[in-house]
Design a protein around this ligand. Structure first.
Ligand code: ACO
Length: 316
């Protein structure tokens, strides 16, 4: 949906657990190697949360980072949305309500959404719609994941791919000509079992090749859809911030669609795939590194379980 009024990201925060698990560490417990993992995925290491650290704790730490880096106050927040596949509790209460309580935010609307690795893109669009409708004014939008809890650490096909972490942004109105320009959300339920955490397995199962083919197409089609309907070309875009799943997916997509691979911001080497958290963690790093500049047009692109995909076009 195109934005009739400017709504922008006014602050960003992130948190990753301190414990680093390298590919070589994993090679001690499953039949794999740093060479295989890095050459097939781009990953060197991932962060793993402590047993007592829950999804909400990761999110709270990301929010504390956001408040520390901005002049926003937690009393101003009237909306909290957490995109996650690894909520503190099965069913309820929602992680968003726990985050509100831990942050001491009273009375804000708070709920979780589940759209796999596309969760942050979905949550951002929900928050934007609610701000447009007037039901929120300042929304904290999180991607937060403790994937280490749902990984089968004996399955080398999947356990090497994932990590823990959280990122968040503050979304609000502005009078300036900047912010979210357009957004698109999609799902292909026919592929729902290609990437799943089911009641039977309670751990991530994945058809790697099928997900790979879907991901290449999902990124490329999302970029083209947002460019076309906003009369833009790829040359108008400074950065594409993709969900961080696998550097080979980005390379294959760039080749097939003719995108410059250096437009994609990648940090998968250090954090692996943190699902819904990967885009806001990347944004926090980009802001810290001075890569986000006023006037730039930036595309966020998510894809993942569902199979869901979608994107956000934003002017910084
Ligand atoms: N270490 C060593 N060997 C491995 C490992 C490992 N960690 N994992 C798989 N292998 C082996 C397989 O057993 C297989 O051996 P075999 O030929 O003897 O049977 C061989 O490597 C090739 O396996 P493939 O699955 O064909 O490997 P592929 O080149 O397709 O790479 C991968 C696997 C990296 C998972 C790839 O399919 C992929 O990137 N898929 C996309 C899925 C993805 O990124 N998922 C992340 C979550 S989804 C998301 O975020 C959207």
């Amino acid at each position: 949906m195109k934005s009739p009024q400017p709504i922008y990201i006014s602050a960003i925060g992130c948190y990753v657990p301190t414990k680093i698990v390298s590919n070589n560490d994993l090679a001690q417990s499953v039949d794999t190697s740093d060479e295989w993992i890095h050459s097939h995925t781009g990953i060197r290491e991932r962060r793993i949360a402590k047993p007592e650290e829950q999804c909400s704790d990761l999110a709270v730490n990301a929010a504390l980072d956001l408040f520390a880096k901005s002049n926003r106050k937690r009393e101003e927040i009237d909306g909290i949305i957490v995109a996650t596949a690894t909520a503190d509790h099965y069913g309820f209460p929602s992680t968003a309500c726990i985050v509100a309580e831990k942050l001491g935010i009273k009375g804000a609307a708070a709920f979780d959404i589940g759209a796999g690795c596309t969760g942050f893109i979905y949550a951002l669009e929900i928050a934007r719609g609610m701000i447009m409708s007037g039901s929120m004014t300042k929304a904290l939008v999180f991607g937060s994941e403790k994937l280490s809890e749902v990984v089968n650490w004996k399955d080398r096909n999947t356990c090497v791919l994932f990590g823990d972490g959280a990122g968040c942004v503050l979304l609000e109105r502005t009078e300036e000509p900047k912010g979210i320009i357009d957004s698109t959300l999609h799902a292909e339920g026919a592929g729902s079992l290609a990437l799943a955490i089911t009641k039977d397995t309670k751990t991530i199962t994945m058809e790697g090749r099928a997900v790979y083919a879907f991901a290449v197409r999902a990124i490329g089609d999302t970029v083209l859809e947002l460019l076309t309907r906003n009369d833009l070309t790829i040359e108008d875009i400074t950065w594409i911030v993709p969900h961080q799943a696998n550097h080979r997916i980005i390379a294959a997509c760039s080749k097939r669609y003719g995108f410059d691979p250096t437009m994609f911001y990648l940090n998968i080497e250090r954090y692996a795939n943190t699902s819904a958290a990967s885009i806001p963690i990347a944004l926090a790093e980009m802001e810290e590194g001075g890569l986000l500049k006023s006037g730039q047009k930036i595309l966020f692109v998510g894809f993942g379980a569902g199979l869901t995909y979608g994107g956000t076009l934003i002017q910084w």
